[in-house]
Structures are given as structure tokens and as C-alpha cells.
Write a protein that binds this ligand. Structure first.
Ligand code: KG4
Ligand code: ZN
Length: 342
């Protein structure tokens, strides 16, 4: 099929992209609202919706123009319909439905988390299922067995906070600007990961084989550690705390992912979502695996929210005959669930 237009507005990036043949990015425009939200220390839903509304049409126009196409060259439209902020999602979904109706092209509602996984198909043209995927974003931490483009099996997920959420919350207590993930990553490189022994939840003897995660205990441990030192008037060595905290998150993520890969005899592991940009995570995977299994991840721009990954996911849905009608609605609490698995 011809080029697919992707639209992504689930959180604080307004993005539109054009992807050809499922894997070739012709354009990928991302308008970030991060500066608007920074002074509040996190995303303010109402501000996000209003800014998406202001930006969506210019961003779509720019994506089509940068691809060197006109709207009439578009053969299909993919849009994130969940999970995410309801008001934010509605802007993208309404724009996509309007365009699909006007252009008379098929529409595919994309699960944002599946989009993150599919970013790897854009980054690695030779990549084919099966593989194990670790999805680590601001809102989600999940392990998925990708058996085929339409065959996904959820192996496990976090019981409480997502990995990125914990990076952001711990960073806030450290006094870092939102989003704190990239800043903690940078600080950790200059710190000692063994300076403070933070807990590794769900990785004891009894939980080693479960693919579930829990990060809220770690979050409390870091916050308590910082508060105790401050109360005693002691100096906090921020790089050491950042490195020790990051090591605790990374240790659990890497151990569980490699255990899943070993038990499924997977020869490839892909990382997806904003936290997949973390240098410490990538380095630890490399340290513990050598050359097997292969560890693949997208470049940072395709790890964080973008519409190219949504267009890629939509392409495979449309190829499989999974188009949605104009009744498609935003589903803020959409889950990543198993589909078509063996
Ligand atoms: O996937 P994403 O862009 O949005 C969601 O779907 O949530 O992920 C954003 C999350 C934020 O929590 C951010 O702090 C985190 O990814 N993040 C990182 C890094 N870059 C982004 N966390 C740790 N290290 C990084 N280098
Ligand atoms: Zn995301």
C-alpha cells in the first residue's frame, strides 16, 4: 500500500509522520510541549489538550510537506487511540477521523504501547518477529513476547509505578526539572552505582520467574533516603544517589527481560519507550549478554513519543485487514493485552 500518515497526541508531544512501506520514514514531525509543562513539574492534562488543538493541523501539514507529498498521496491513516490523557487523545483521534473521511482512506486505531515496540521495525529494517520486547515508558513497564505482527503475548507488567514515572518522581525530589529521566541518566554516569543499596523488588527467590515489576517501594526508599539526609543537615551527593537509584531500576529490568528471553529461547530482545533511551540500561544489557541474545533498540528520537512508530504499527494493522470505522473513540485506559497468540 502507499504511504501511511501517523498521528500521535497521547501525552505532551503533538506528532505527525509519513511512513512508506511500513518501514521507511519520509517525515516525522514532533512538536514538544515540554517547556509548557515544566513549571508545573509534570504534564497538566488541560494545557496538553489545548496545545494539541492549536498544533495538530500545522504539524500534519508539515509532515506531509516534509515527505514531499500532498494529502491525496496518503493511502491510510494511523492514530494513537490509547492509552493516554483522554483530552489529548481526542484531538488526534478527531483529526485522524476527519482526514480519513475526507480522503476516503482506511483508518487504524493504534495502541500507543504497540507503537513503541514497532519503533524497532523502523530502526532495524531486517528485524522480524519473534522476539521479546521490554516496554519502558512514562506510564508503562511491560514484557511482551512478540510472536508475529498480529501475535503479541503479554508476559508481565508493573503492579504499581512505571519505570519512567519513578525516574520523574525521584528526580523531582532531587530538584531536577521535568522530565527527569534523561537528567538522572546523565548524572548517574558520574556517580557510584554501589554508593547506596536501594531495594530490587520482585527479584527475590520466589519472584525470579514472574515477569511482574514493582517500583513504588524503590521510589519511597530513595525519597526517604534523601529526606533523612536533609533532616540531619548532611550533604547529598546527587550523582551517587542517581547512579544507585538507576542501577536498582536497571538491575531488575535487565534480569527479568533476560530471564524471559532465556525461557522463551528468544535470540532477540528489543527495548521500547522513553526509558529505552537510558544509557545505563543499554550498557547493562550489553554487559550481561555479550552477543547473545541480540539487544536492539531505536535511536533516542524513536524511543520517545513520535508518530512514525504509530504509522508503522498502523501499516501492519491495515495490511492484516484490521481497519477501524469512524466510530473509533479515544480509550485512555487501553491496556497492552495479548492478541492472536499461540
Ligand atoms: O515513551 P515516552 O516518551 O512517553 C510515554 O509514553 O510515557 O516516555 C517518557 C518517559 C519519561 O518518564 C522520561 O523521564 C523517560 O521516558 N526517559 C528516560 C530517559 N529518556 C526519557 N528515562 C531514563 N533515562 C533516559 N535517558
Ligand atoms: Zn510513549
Amino acid at each position: 500500500m502507499g504511504p501511511v500518515l501517523g498521528i500521535e497526541t497521547s501525552c505532551d508531544e503533538t506528532s505527525a509522520a509519513v511512513v512508506a512501506g511500513g518501514r521507511t520514514i519520509l517525515s516525522n514531525v514532533v512538536a514538544s510541549q515540554v517547556e509548557l509543562h515544566r513549571k508545573y513539574g509534570g504534564v497538566v492534562p488541560e494545557i496538553a489538550s489545548r496545545d494539541h488543538l492549536r498544533t495538530i493541523i500545522p504539524v500534519v501539514r508539515e509532515a506531509i510537506c516534509k515527505a514531499g507529498l500532498s494529502l491525496h498521496d496518503i493511502a491510510g491513516i494511523g492514530v494513537t487511540f490509547g492509552p493516554g490523557l483522554v483530552g489529548a487523545l481526542l484531538v488526534g483521534v478527531a483529526a485522524a477521523k476527519g482526514l480519513a473521511y475526507a480522503l476516503k482512506v482506511p483508518l487504524a486505531g493504534v495502541n500507543h504501547l504497540e507503537g513503541h515496540i514497532f519503533a524497532n521495525f523502523l530502526a532495524h529494517p531486517e528485524l522480524e518477529p519473534p522476539f521479546v520486547a521490554l516496554v519502558v515508558s512514562g506510564g508503562h513497564t511491560s514484557l511482551v513476547h512478540v510472536q508475529g505482527y498480529e501475535k503479541l503475548k503479554l508476559l508481565g507488567q508493573t503492579r504499581d509505578d512505571a519505570a519512567g514515572e519513578v525516574f520523574d518522581k525521584v528526580g523531582r525530589v532531587m530538584g531536577l526539572p521535568y522530565p527527569a529521566g534523561p537528567e538522572i541518566d546523565r548524572l548517574a554516569a558520574a556517580g557510584d552505582p554501589e554508593a547506596v543499596a536501594f531495594p530490587r523488588a520482585m527479584s527475590g527467590k520466589d519472584n525470579r520467574d514472574t515477569y511482574e515489576f514493582s517500583f513504588s517501594g524503590l521510589k519511597s526508599a530513595v525519597v526517604n533516603y534523601l529526606n533523612n539526609l536533609r533532616q540531619r543537615g548532611e550533604k547529598v551527593h546527587i550523582p551517587d544517589v542517581a547512579a544507585s537509584f538507576q542501577a536498582a531500576v536497571v538491575d531488575v529490568l535487565v534480569s527479568k527481560t533476560l530471564a524471559a528471553a532465556a525461557s522463551l529461547k528468544a535470540d532477540k530482545v528489543v527495548l521500547a519507550g522513553g526509558v529505552a533511551a537510558n544509557q545505563g540500561l543499554r550498557a547493562e544489557f550489553a554487559r550481561r549478554t555479550g552477543s547473545f541474545p541480540a539487544i536492539l533498540y531505536p535511536p533516542p528520537k524513536l524511543c520517545t513519543d513520535n508518530a512514525a512508530m504509530i504509522a508503522c504499527r498502523a501499516y501492519y494493522q491495515l495490511q492484516a485487514g484490521r481497519a477501524d470505522g469512524l466510530t473509533l473513540n479515544a480509550m485512555p485506559a487501553l491496556k497492552l493485552t495479548s492478541r492472536g497468540e499461540e
